[in-house]
Design a protein around this ligand. Structure first.
Ligand code: ZN
Length: 194
């Protein structure tokens, strides 16, 4: 019994030494967003922000039961979203990545559900999924460091599209030619690992 205790004591001492040496190495310095990192991030963020700015178009199509344009929008302007979200998440600090990746999955899940609701011409589900999608999209952009956000100031202004979208203007907003380029919403995960 005494011998056993001695062995346990030595083991504990070894483990304690190991833990202390792990915790105080140069790797323990917390990484921060350097100016270079911010500049790099702003490329990815800018692409996502320009999509965010166009989302009221999508809402407009949903509200008008224009399912063809909803479909064109989710597969056109939003067709590369999975890849873009992944690139952004990978550029964030390790401490921010889990939340960014969880939100990315939320965003893509709502987009998928919106796409399915659109196939079913289900206005109620499409609208609620759009709102969830938008909420998670904004939550993701909120994780991004302030300096990497180009249109942070613009976001404070009221949303003109959103305000006008309730009026009856069937011809007001048309799909742009690029919207007609079809790409699948969900791309294979492993294609995008980089
Ligand atoms: Zn969600």
């Amino acid at each position: 019994m005494r011998r056993y205790k001695a062995v346990v004591g030595v083991l504990l001492a070894v483990i304690a030494t190991f833990l202390v040496s792990c915790g105080s190495g140069p790797a323990a310095v917390a990484p921060t967003y350097t100016p270079e990192k911010i500049a790099q991030l702003s490329n990815y963020v800018g692409r996502l922000e320009s999509k965010r700015d166009r989302l009221p178009e999508l809402l407009n199509y949903i509200e008008k039961d224009n399912w063809v344009n909803v479909d064109n929008f989710t597969h056109g302007p939003l067709g590369q979203l999975r890849a873009e979200l992944l690139r952004l998440s990978n550029q964030l600090l390790p401490v921010d990545q889990p939340k960014a990746k969880a939100l990315s999955e939320e965003i893509l899940g709502h987009l998928q559900s919106l796409d399915e609701a659109s196939q079913d011409r289900n206005y109620g589900v499409a609208l609620s999924q759009y709102r969830e999608f938008l909420g998670d999209f904004d939550a993701l952009l909120d994780i991004v460091p302030e300096g990497a956000r180009a249109s942070a100031e613009e976001e404070e202004t009221p949303d003109v599209y959103e305000m006008t979208s309730t009026f009856d203007e069937p011809e007001a907003i048309r799909a742009e030619p690029e919207d007609m380029v079809r790409t699948p919403v969900m791309l294979d995960e492993d294609v995008l690992q980089d």
